[in-house]
Write a protein that binds this ligand. Structure first.
Ligand SMILES: [Fe+2]
Length: 202
């Protein structure tokens, strides 16, 4: 089943997702779509619509789980599956629990959203280093958490390497997306016209 961008925004509203989480999710969707558009030039299988909607909804249960102590990725996964959007559920689950296949395999929508989420700190696009320095400062209270964060950091540098060896620019290019103020408009526009869209904006 396909969920439109309008319907995704409607779901965020229905689930009473706070404004700051919506803004964060829009940025993650922007980074995901930008990467996806250029990867699609080499891999036609990438579904840009699924990618953008999955990124927009990846934290749909974050606020609720914050109140109840549940796992927001699994809760979001179950919720979307119940609504009949299994692939969106898979993307939501993978933004925390990513299973990376063979290193030669094509890059999946799950992998892109997982990485894009680590390039957005609150509502701001940052480098992986900045994001993980912040995560370690905020959550690195015991050895187990530090080890988990370090392993997540290594995984994301690996994904970054996999993505950018296929693209005509370096990871720093993503920072330029910070210039875009009308993020929602760009999402609606670029999901349709893709790679030609970006050069007019940046
Ligand atoms: Fe996120």
């Amino acid at each position: 089943m396909i969920l439109s961008l309008e319907e995704a925004y409607h779901l965020l509203k229905k689930e009473k997702v706070p404004e700051h989480i919506v803004k964060h999710s829009e940025k993650v969707a922007l980074v995901s779509l930008f990467i996806g558009c250029f990867l699609k030039e080499i891999d036609k299988n990438i579904d840009l619509h699924l990618l953008t909607v999955g990124a927009l909804l990846h934290d749909i249960k974050k606020y609720k789980s914050f109140l109840t102590g549940e796992d927001h990725a699994l809760l979001g996964y179950e919720y979307m599956k119940k609504l009949g959007y299994e692939r969106i559920g898979d993307i939501i689950k993978a933004h925390i629990y990513l299973e990376l296949g063979s290193l030669d395999a094509f890059i999946t929508e799950e992998e892109i959203v997982h990485y894009a989420d680590k390039r957005v700190m609150h509502e701001k696009i940052v480098s992986l280093k900045e994001r993980f320095d912040d995560l370690k400062k905020r959550y690195g209270k015991n050895e187990q958490t530090i080890l988990r964060l370090e392993s997540l950091e290594r995984l994301n540098y690996l994904i970054e390497k996999r993505i950018f060896k296929r693209l005509p620019f370096t990871p720093d290019k993503i920072m330029e997306l910070e210039k875009i103020k009308e993020v929602k408009d760009v999402l609606f526009r670029c999901v349709k016209s893709c790679s030609s869209c970006w050069w007019n904006i940046l």
